[in-house]
Design a protein around this ligand. Structure first.
Ligand SMILES: *[C@@H]1O[C@H](CO)[C@@H](O)[C@H](O)[C@H]1NC(C)=O
Ligand SMILES: *[C@@H]1O[C@H](CO)[C@@H](O)[C@H](O)[C@H]1NC(C)=O
Ligand SMILES: *[C@@H]1O[C@H](CO)[C@@H](O)[C@H](O)[C@H]1NC(C)=O
Length: 271
């Protein structure tokens, strides 16, 4: 049976950053998680997909559903769960990119999502501008950097949702992942907030670089909020050891921000 063969390919070919689990009682369903790759705004995020084999599989491609939590963090992944990809015939593309019933596999579908969708500059995947956008032009690069700011913030939100309610069969996986990566994720949030690294390109060894990248004010305050929320989620869900330095600066900045707003409102009311 073709689905059994798929499992053989998956067992042999899956990269370390993609995990697949079957449902005990439903051989026609799979759940997969892709760990966002380094040097992309998806780094360290967990992106879950549910895959169903239609009854006439492999004549029809598998149906792939992205668990979006209502967030649009990529041009190809919709809030409603749709995944746009030539290989599963949900996206234009020439004939040899589309599903081929004799040679295409689930493994290829997952590797394509990782390598063609969850990429370093997803902005350039937006079809509306694909032909005009010039990746070496400053105007479009700035647009792409701004898009990456949004993507990273949405990826952090996704982490918080996933931690709060890990998809079935992946509870242990989720907590292991964030136990290992939690501190680095928080360090990345801070490095981006402070403009040390272009959003998406954080690495353990260049977080404290002195180079200055400009980020929007909105992004900075967003990162302060997310830093606190992530920390809470890590502590609550993972019972993370508290040798993690509390980030008093961020917390105080955030409180100060609220305080300033209250003062402003009071002044406005009193004047
Ligand atoms: C589908 O794959 C088979 C086997 O690799 C190949 O011979 C065939 O040309 C492919 N069909 C298309 C439409 O690409
Ligand atoms: C892209 O932009 C660069 C820098 O502005 C320019 O040198 C190059 O010719 C452009 N390429 C295209 C295909 O427009
Ligand atoms: C950090 O490392 C990444 C990956 O090598 C690189 O693309 C980026 O420019 C570096 N950032 C800084 C600020 O050095």
């Amino acid at each position: 049976m073709k689905i059994m063969r798929e499992w053989k390919f998956l067992r042999k070919g899956l990269p370390e950053s993609i995990y697949v689990r079957a449902y005990e009682d439903r051989i026609d369903l799979l759940r997969a998680v892709i760990v966002g790759a380094p040097s992309t705004p998806y780094h360290d995020g967990l992106f879950f997909f549910d895959i169903a084999f239609p009854s006439d599989y492999p004549h029809q491609p598998p149906k792939v559903y992205y668990r979006s939590h209502g967030l649009r963090l990529n041009p190809n992944l919709y809030e409603n769960g749709n995944v746009c990809l030539s290989l599963i015939n949900t996206w234009d593309g020439n004939k040899n990119e589309r599903w081929n019933s004799s040679s295409s596999t689930i493994l290829q579908v997952l590797v394509s999502i990782q390598g063609l969708v969850l990429i370093d500059r997803p902005y350039f995947n937006e079809p509306a501008y694909a032909k005009v956008k010039n990746k070496s032009n400053k105007y479009w690069l700035d647009k792409s950097n701004a898009y990456n700011e949004d993507v990273f913030a949405l990826s952090c939100k996704t982490m918080i949702y996933v931690l709060g309610k890990p998809p079935g069969n992946f509870e242990g996986f989720v907590s292991d992942h964030f136990c290992k990566r939690g501190e680095d994720i928080l360090a990345a949030v801070k490095a981006y907030r402070d403009g040390h690294v272009i959003v998406g390109y954080y690495r353990h060894d260049n977080s404290s670089s002195s180079s200055q990248v400009s980020v929007s004010d909105n992004f900075e305050s967003n990162m302060n909020k997310l830093c606190l929320e992530l920390k809470k989620a890590f502590r609550r869900e993972l019972k993370m050891p508290l040798d993690m330095e509390p980030d008093w600066v961020a917390e105080n900045e955030w409180k100060q921000g609220i305080l300033n707003k209250i003062i402003a409102v009071l002044k406005w009311i009193c004047e």
